[in-house]
Write a protein that binds this ligand. Structure first.
Ligand code: XUL
Length: 526
């Protein structure tokens, strides 16, 4: 009997998936929602309120408290934690945790009679953690870009990006010099969570490390010059960068109180997108993934690495080896939720968009859905632009028209900004909460003229983490794990008759976007 646990520390909560390798099934899932279950952290959406809309920080103690709560819930539901043979995890990417020189000693001696948050808080050298939604580092991005020019993107896989960890660290170093010099360790969400599980400073894997603007993808080592310019002495504060199948350590004795056995190995954690690449069974080139979560991401495995000439796309490490290309659209569910609110309808209604009330192409109605700051294209000042019929632009169209509009516009922006990958994907796997919206899946099929495959489990990041643990520890090849765990549950075929409609909608959408952005990635608010 081989059970493996995958944890998924995302923007809005922490989830667990336990897989049974013998049966090829997920036997147990559990979750904690930060807003609902840990209201004392004042983070209804997973981050702290800030008067500056560009600043998005979270309390890292909330992530630690969620771990205690999740494990006690698993114990309450009699999950077979005593039989778990290995653990790995997935973390929201780019977020960073700043710790002082007490951290190592504290995690090595965790006392099971006291909770994690109480023990870990004296180890913080910065009270809050900037997360991937933070956009307050335009100045630092400009400085890094000026210093390193084209080499920056060529070697790290991305130009300097506001939410990436390097620019965030530089901003902290500039604004709080004593805080920075008090910092002995800087972890990603992924390596922080792995550290508190193992009781030792855990390494950062290539998948998540590539989202820092610090990892040289040619050497797979931290880039010394970039790290030193980002913040003096940074290299000493970073954990080592390692491949995604590395054992980070054994589960700390602290967690025995939840029923775990002894000497349970913990595989290094990775980022949510690299984990989803595994959890959707898309680790080989040729199939793309659309993950419809708080942000929408479009990604695909590749053997070589190719950078986006427009500077929006990224290259991360693929946990199964090689690389993955990724584009992140920050206004994913955030934008869908705004439209849902505007229409005053339920998700059920949204997800079952009546077919006879609208038509593909939606009579030319389109929107640039920047309800909040956007990464692709870079929009720092939220603003929504409408285009189409007078009724629609006046906000008076029927709900169905508005819903189709956000979904078609989001599908079009994904097609537009994924073209640099240079591949025509005929198969796309979808995952995430909004993959339950069947009309959206049909729109994606028609816009991309691709077969859309919805996988059974919505938490592909947590599943991917469990599969990574099984691959690294039980030595089961990924191809076999994908057969067992990632079969498609629903397949949506494209309607060739809609191809031309969306080709011309794409042209229109590109024109509209150009009015807002000047093609290449900008560091200034436009
Ligand atoms: C990817 C990105 C987001 C986060 C949160 O670059 O910023 O997808 O990983 O999910």
């Amino acid at each position: 009997m081989s059970f493996f646990l995958g944890l998924d520390s995302s923007t809005q909560g922490l989830k667990a998936e336990i897989i049974d390798l013998g049966a090829g099934t997920v036997i147990c899932s559990e979750s904690v929602n930060f807003g609902k279950d840990l209201p004392e952290y004042h983070s209804p959406d997973g981050y702290l309120e800030n008067p500056d809309p560009l600043i998005k920080h979270a309390d890292p103690m909330m992530w630690a408290a969620a771990l205690d709560l999740l494990f006690s819930r698993l114990r309450q539901q009699d999950a077979p934690l005593d039989k778990v043979a290995g653990i790995s995890g997935s973390g929201q990417q780019h977020g960073s945790v700043y710790l002082n020189d007490k951290f190592t000693e504290i995690i090595a001696g965790l006392d099971p009679d006291r909770n994690l948050q109480e023990q870990l808080s004296p180890a913080l050298s910065r009270k809050s953690s900037p997360i991937w939604m933070d956009r307050a580092t335009s100045e630092e991005c400009r400085e890094l870009q000026e210093k390193f020019g084209e080499r920056f993107q060529r070697d790290t896989g991305s130009p300097a990006i506001e939410r990436f960890t390097g620019p965030q660290i530089r901003k902290f170093m500039k604004e709080d010099k004593p805080g920075y010099s008090n910092t002995a360790h800087i972890h990603l969400v992924s390596s922080f969570m792995a550290s508190i599980l193992t009781g030792g400073n855990a390494p950062i894997d290539f998948g998540d490390g590539a989202g820092m603007n610090l990892l040289n993808l040619k050497t797979l080592q931290w880039d010394e010059d970039i790290a030193e310019f980002t913040a003096p002495g940074l290299l000493k504060k970073l954990p080592p960068a390692v491949s995604s199948d590395t054992v980070a350590g054994e589960l700390s004795g602290y967690y025995r109180k939840y029923g775990f056995g002894s000497a349970v190995p913990v595989i290094v954690w990775s980022g949510d997108n690299p984990c989803s690449l595994i959890g959707t069974g898309a680790a080989e080139p040729g199939v793309a993934v659309i993950s419809l979560g708080t942000s929408d991401t479009f990604f695909a495995a590749r053997r070589d690495f190719k950078t986006d000439p427009d500077g929006y796309g990224h290259v991360f490490g693929n946990p199964a080896g090689g690389f993955m290309s990724l584009i992140c659209f920050s206004n994913g569910s955030l934008a869908r939720e705004e439209v849902k609110k505007d229409c005053n309808i339920s998700w059920e209604y949204f997800d079952s968009l009546p077919e006879n009330k609208t038509i593909p192409g939606n009579k030319g109605n389109l929107m640039l859905p920047y309800f909040s700051a956007e990464s692709t294209p870079v929009i720092l000042k939220p603003e929504v632009k409408y285009h189409g019929t007078a009724e629609f632009c006046a906000g008076e169209a029927d709900s169905e028209v508005k819903i189709r509009c956000i979904l078609e516009s989001q599908a079009l922006t994904m097609r537009l900004h994924s073209s640099w990958m240079g591949e025509t994907f005929t198969r796309i796997r979808v995952t995430g909460g909004a993959s339950n919206c069947t009309p959206f899946l049909q729109i994606l099929a028609d816009v991309f003229q691709a077969r859309i495959e919805k996988i059974a489990i919505t938490d592909s990041a947590g599943l991917g983490a469990a599969l990574r643990a099984a691959n690294a520890l039980a030595k089961v090849p990924f191809a076999k794990l994908f057969e067992q765990f990632t079969a498609a549950r629903q397949i949506i075929l494209p309607d060739p008759e809609n191809a031309a409609i969306y080709d011309s909608a794409l042209k229109k959408y590109a024109e509209l976007e150009k009015i807002r952005t000047i093609g290449l990635r900008q560091f200034e608010p436009i």
